[in-house]
Design a protein around this ligand. Sequence first.
Ligand code: GLN
Length: 485
Amino acid sequence: MSYMNKNIEEIHEALINKKVTSDKLVKESLKKSHEVQDKYNAFVTILDNQNGGKVTDDLLSGIPFGIKDNYSTKGILSTGSSNTLKNYIPIFNATAVENLYKHGAIPVNKTVLDEFGMGGTGTTGHTGIVHNPWDSTRMTAGSSAGSACAVAAGVYPYALGSDTGDSIRKPAAYCGIVGYKPTYGMISRYGLFPFASSLDTCGVLTRSVKDAAIVTDAMKGIDSKDMTSWDSSNIHLASDLTSDVKGKKLFYIKEIVDKKNYPHMTKELENHLDNFMEVVEKCKSLGMSVEEVSFPKDVLEALPSTYVVISCAEATSNLSNLTGFSFGPRAEGKSWQEELKNFRTTGFSPLIKRRFVIGSYVLQAENQDRYFKNAQRVRRLIVDLMKDAFKKYDALILPVGTGPAKKLETDEQVNTDETAILDEHLQIGNFGGFPSITIPDGFVSDLPVGVNITGNCYDDQDVLNIAYALESAMDYKNQIAKEMK
Ligand code: GLN
């Protein structure tokens, strides 16, 4: 009997009724981890010596889970999938991880990401490419690549992710699972390796909306070590989950889903957009209204470059502490300057170095106003447009990406101008710190695709309820990837 392909409540019930022990669950999860590692290369570390834990009334107790390798884990290698930290073992736990431990959750592996979360392909980690378990010739997307792969492959019911632009929500779509990024600050970022602090969000990948709610309830909370965290003790996502969403008002952005904006449309993209429109009809059949809203095209078109400027600037500053002196493998050199230079030159991949060049450039005194401050103004414009829309609507609904998982040989980061907004609009969720969830909503070319729901800050319950209702009206809950069945 296999349990790791079930949802959290089912596994908990089996534990309580003594149909299975936590030790057995851990064994099953570790065995699957190795299978998945051989086929898809999803892990930096597999915790082979892990034992089961105590089973209590707590839903997460005794149940295995995975941790993205940019979360600090005490005594466990935490690399950020970078050569610069390939031997780094933290002496403390990230708060999110610590909170899960308090609930009795059992970690079984650390998952691969794009180096320090900077990327969207799952191909840039120092341990190599992560493959998609629906079709191993395709990418998982990233940066939470290993977490998405493992959850979709049935290694455990959930894994931690982090999301700065779309890093939970895009791989969730490509792997046919759920990816949830709560409101900024709901989960403490303490111990999450920083990428772009004003956008970074902790979150989770699961196979159902309810599981995402259960895990987030356990991870969230105000934390004196993260001054942007806030008190959410009055929010109980899982127990308040309801599929009664009658009267909720949704909108989608016309410019993003209008076929006329894609004169070079592929059959796949057309099917993806048609599929989205069917989901819109599903929402209406659940008693919600869905309206088309127009956003200024120039603001939308500025979105990807705004993201690049802000995220690269913040990353450059955040990652300047990686010198090879305090942690990471120290480099050779005749002086400390040379050691530092050699460490950073050989340690980071070209992709990251390019981002540091952009970041340094836009932060230079003479460029700051033109680039960095301008990007902040555009960010404000976009957030204001959204806040305005949220006065009238409960949530934004949009398709995720341009279709299903891309072939590994294509570089996902290189978009045509035409589809850039479609591929990058999830960044809006990070600009505003909005709660945002992706759920699977069907298949295109035999591969899973996803739909995203984004709401106003602190309206996490609404966002999850809408996703929960929609999930129940469709057939894609608890999906396990085809190659793993
Ligand atoms: N793909 C985006 C990037 O490369 C988002 C990454 C993320 O959310 N961590 O920056």
